[in-house]
Each structure stands twice: as structure tokens, then as C-alpha cells.
Design a protein around this ligand. Structure first.
Ligand code: ADE
Ligand code: ZN
Length: 343
């Protein structure tokens, strides 16, 4: 088989691989084309002339560089229909990438702080999730993220706003600027979320140190770790994550674009697997980082020469780490096993 044929076959295998996406910011799936369409629909001026100009601006040196542009882009989202269109567009892409289940983040404070009611944001996204299930059969869950550059009182205010929707929100998360904003800052609001029966996840060890991962474990009592790259700097921490089978939602293209790793060929995804960590592959903010979950799988498969067995392990980890009920999890795992056997 030629090199090109082998590559095509690998890509086909990855696209068909049943998988779950566990780290996706819905605002980060806003493609420039939709950004322009929504700006037009809402009578807004963008500081860019063309879609190409927007893409050319996506040249980031670090997380904060990206966040500045990401929060600016989100301003075109105004109505329930906008949030629904954004969500449906993401799930159309996910379905084409073999995603059976997705657990998606949203950042309510990015919207409520500019006067958009929480209800508009939540109903729009939940409506899009329901439509995706009807269209593609994809199951999904919603995770409310607190912005860590704001204070805990603001997080509490957001949590109170979310109260009427808590039966349709699976968990809380923590995102935005990591350095200088340790997880412990949000210990009380995470405790309240836990008491309300919600799952808890947090971004930690993306740019921040291994100490922030320890803090997320010990003070936020997280059920899943978002990113976790810097956990590799601390062997004792790795042992704890392996012993508890903590799921890490790793985002390879994001890591390259935000300079968390120097290049895809240096990504530690296979090191994580070799250490026994329950690592998964996810897309983070695909409109900004150059690819959805399939592209992330392909990038690490080629960049790190992953075997099919390793790719299947990554997909299995995604179902093991998802907040699914047991019958659904078993059903998805059986579908994965059937695919792996015939593939
Ligand atoms: N918000 C959206 N994407 C993020 C990331 N990769 N890290 C922290 N906050 C985010
Ligand atoms: Zn993220």
C-alpha cells in the first residue's frame, strides 16, 4: 500500500471510530462564516472585512491571546436562535466525525455580563442539543463553566441564575485565564454545585502548574480533569490520577495553537497512555484551533504514529469518562468494540 493510501485508510478508520467528545466550548465552535452571518442578522459591525481576515487573526502566543479574541467573537451571539444555530452547527460537524455523545461547555458570564439573559443562552443551546439528537441521534450533556478571572461571588450569582435549569445541566466547570487564578478560589461554589448533585470538572495544568491540578482534586473534588498536561511534571500526581482512573480531556490542536506543546510531534498523548492515565482526545475550541475532534485524532495519530489499538483506547476512555448512565455507556462501548473488531 502506498503512503497516501495508508493515510486515507487511517483517516477513514478515525472518522468511523465511535467516540465521545468531552471538552468542547460551544462558543469556541463559532466559525468565522457564522460570525459574519450573525453579525449581519443582528446589525453589528465586525472589526474584520472578510472571513480570511478573521482566520489570519487566529495566531496566538498563549491562552490569554486566544481568550481576548474568543470573548470578542462571542459578542455576535445575541438571540436564542443564534445560540441554537451555533449548537446545531457544532453537532452537524460532530456527527460527521463519528461522535455518538458530547458533553459541551458554555460560559454564561460571557453573555450575561453584556446583558443577554441566562434564559436566552441556556434555552438556545438546549434547543440545539435536542435538535441534534433528533437529527443525528447524538446524546449530549451541558456543563456550565465559571470564568476563573472573575471572582467567586460572580460565580455564585451565575449559579443562582442557573437554578431553574439545574435539572438540565450535568455539571459545572472552570475555565478562562488559568495563571494567577488557582482552583481553590472557587472551592465554595464547587461545594454548592456538588451538594446540588452536579458533576464537577475544571481546567487545570493547561498553562498552570501541577500544583493547580492537586488543588482541583483536593479542594474542588473534580470528577474529571480538563487538559492536565502539567500533571506530567509530578510523578506522585500521575500516580494519584492513575490510581483513581481520573479522566483527562486532552486537546492536541489547542495545545499546539496555544503553545502548551511546541509541535504536534512533541505531544505527550502516548506518554499519558503509557503511564496508565485515562486520556481522551477532544477539540476545545475547534473554530479557533484548526479542527474538530476528527482532525485532533488524525493530528496525533500521524504526529505520534499511534497504533489502531491506541486510537481505540482513546475512544474507549472517552466513553469511560463520560457522565453517562451505565446502560448507555455499555451500549456505546459495545458499538466501539464491534467497530474495533471489524476495523
Ligand atoms: N475557554 C475556552 N477555551 C479555553 C481553554 N483552552 N482554556 C481555558 N479557558 C478556555
Ligand atoms: Zn477548554
Amino acid at each position: 500500500m502506498g503512503l497516501q493510501d495508508a493515510r486515507t485508510e487511517l483517516e477513514t478508520f478515525i472518522t468511523g471510530l465511535p467516540k465521545a467528545e468531552l471538552h468542547l466550548h460551544i462558543e469556541g465552535s463559532l466559525e468565522p462564516e457564522l460570525m459574519f452571518a450573525l453579525a449581519r442578522r443582528n446589525g453589528l459591525e465586525l472589526p474584520f472585512k472578510t472571513v480570511e481576515d478573521v482566520r489570519a487573526a487566529y495566531n496566538f502566543s498563549n491562552l490569554q491571546d486566544f481568550l481576548n479574541i474568543y470573548y470578542a467573537g462571542a459578542q455576535v451571539l445575541r438571540t436564542e436562535e443564534d445560540f441554537r444555530d451555533l449548537t446545531v452547527a457544532y453537532f452537524d460537524r460532530a456527527a460527521a466525525d463519528g461522535v455518538l455523545h458530547a458533553e459541551i461547555f458554555f460560559d454564561p458570564q460571557t453573555h450575561t455580563d453584556r446583558g443577554i439573559p441566562f434564559a436566552v443562552v441556556a434555552e438556545g443551546i438546549l434547543g440545539g442539543m435536542a435538535e441534534a439528537q433528533a437529527r443525528h441521534g447524538i446524546t449530549s450533556k451541558l456543563i456550565l463553566c465559571f470564568l476563573r478571572h472573575l471572582d467567586e461571588d460572580a460565580a455564585f450569582a451565575t449559579f443562582r441564575m442557573a437554578e431553574p435549569w439545574l435539572d438540565r445541566i450535568a455539571g459545572v466547570g472552570l475555565d478562562s485565564s488559568e495563571r494567577g487564578h488557582p482552583p481553590g478560589k472557587f472551592a465554595r461554589v464547587f461545594a454548592a454545585a456538588g451538594e446540588a448533585g452536579l458533576k464537577r470538572v475544571a481546567h487545570a495544568g493547561e498553562e498552570g502548574p501541577a500544583a493547580y491540578v492537586w488543588e482541583a482534586l483536593n479542594t474542588l473534588h473534580i470528577d474529571r480533569l480538563d487538559h492536565g498536561n502539567h500533571a506530567l511534571d509530578d510523578e506522585t500526581l500521575v500516580e494519584r490520577l492513575v490510581a483513581t482512573q481520573m479522566t483527562l480531556t486532552v486537546c492536541p490542536l489547542s495545545n499546539v495553537r496555544l503553545c502548551v506543546v511546541p509541535e504536534i510531534g512533541a505531544h505527550p498523548i502516548d506518554t499519558m497512555l503509557a503511564k496508565g492515565l485515562r486520556a481522551t482526545v477532544n477539540s476545545d475550541d475547534p473554530a479557533y484551533f484548526g479542527g474538530y475532534i476528527g482532525e485532533n485524532f488524525k493530528a496525533v495519530a500521524l504526529g505520534r504514529q499511534l497504533s489502531r489499538e491506541q486510537l481505540v483506547t482513546l475512544a474507549r476512555n472517552s466513553f469511560l469518562g463520560a457522565f453517562l448512565d451505565d446502560p448507555t455507556r455499555q451500549d456505546y462501548l459495545r458499538r466501539l468494540d464491534a467497530y474495533a473488531q471489524k476495523g
